[in-house]
Design a protein. Structure first.
Length: 341
């Protein structure tokens, strides 16, 4: 049997790990459908817009479950940090929720609207997607700076917001590349190529700005031996970006010849980049939940409460994973015509 001391140490670590898994799943899964929403405004053909929506139709609502799970874990396992974080992020959280509401309403109304109203709902779907994405990036940027005041900290947060929009657009283009055919698939390659260069530039800027804005991150990443041990992270990120850049024109040529093999490469490589980014973030802040203010042990609920919640999480998390895998299994393959019947 684990002693109370062991539980007090390990349960906060376990719940912090579950939060990381939940937020990573959210960024990847809801990231691509937010990316599709951002790219919707670039398409001019109404039928192609319908195909874009159809590609995310069976998944987009369930993808947001991971956000609810992550915030729920923060609330029940680390209530002190929950209060500090959400209080400091009140405005971007409100804007994110507004964006998600706009998306939900526009998704359902666009297909029922008359022809002259449909462009309005398409535009609202785009606005909601972009607003939710940039708000999430601003939240992340504010979190990394420890909610520091001043224009420099807020400018960094806005930079992270733009960077996240580029990353989501790249994920969305990769998703459409897998789920579509014909004209839309060719358009997805063009969007992926444009998003790729913006994402590369944004990644470089954020990577340079983060240690500049946070002395703690600078000391952690550029001290010896960490600077050598962590060198594979930016190196692998650069390699994955290169893989995407190398693959896209060759996939375009293959698809013009009716060959759809390896269409999954850009999406998978982008997921790899997101995974490396998450590793870098977790390494930079652990064991803090509120940077330079609260560690996971200081913010955690009592071991007894965490143990009870762990039993619930042991049931809920596999259930969410199970139905997520099942839904993607059922609706795998190319997207068909959009139907609300």
């Amino acid at each position: 049997m684990l002693s109370t001391i062991d539980l007090a140490y390990w349960l906060p670590v376990i719940f912090a790990g579950l939060m990381v898994v939940s937020m990573f799943a959210y960024v990847v899964l809801d990231g691509y459908d937010l990316g599709v929403g951002i790219l919707l405004e670039l398409e001019t053909d109404t039928k192609e817009k319908d195909k874009m929506i159809a590609s995310i139709g069976p998944f987009w609502d369930a993808n947001e479950t991971w956000l609810v799970l992550g915030v729920g874990l923060l609330l029940v396992a680390f209530p002190l940090a929950h209060g500090i974080i959400l209080t400091a992020l009140y405005l971007p959280v409100a804007l994110m929720l507004l964006g998600l509401i706009l998306r939900g309403v526009a998704f359902d109304f666009r297909v029922k609207a008359r022809a002259h109203h449909q462009p309005l709902w398409n535009r609202l779907f785009f606005v909601g997607s972009l607003l939710a994405t940039v708000s999430q990036g601003v939240m992340l940027g504010r979190y990394i700076t420890g909610f520091a005041p001043g224009w420099g900290a807020w400018g960094f947060a806005l930079l992270v917001g733009v960077s996240l929009a580029a990353a989501y657009a790249l994920l969305g283009a990769g998703w459409l590349l897998m789920k579509s055919t014909g004209k839309l698939q060719q358009r997805a390659i063009v969007w992926a190529q444009g998003s790729l260069w913006i994402a590369i530039l944004a990644t470089v800027l954020v990577s340079v700005a983060t240690p500049w804005i946070s002395p703690r991150v600078f000391a952690l990443w550029f001290s010896v031996p960490n600077v050598f041990l962590l060198a594979p992270v930016p190196l692998m990120t650069a390699i994955l970006f290169a893989v995407i850049g190398f693959a896209l024109p060759r996939l375009a040529q293959r698809q013009r010849n009716g060959n759809d093999n390896f269409c999954w490469i850009p999406f998978t490589a982008t997921v790899g980049i997101v995974l490396l980014s998450f590793f870098g973030l977790v390494f930079s802040i652990f064991p803090h939940l509120v940077i330079d203010q609260l560690t996971i042990w200081q913010a955690a609920s009592s071991p007894e409460a965490l143990l009870i919640m762990f039993c619930g999480a042991a049931i809920v998390l596999p259930t969410i994973i199970g139905y997520t895998i099942y839904s993607y299994y059922v609706f795998w393959g190319k997207a068909g015509e959009l139907s609300y019947e």
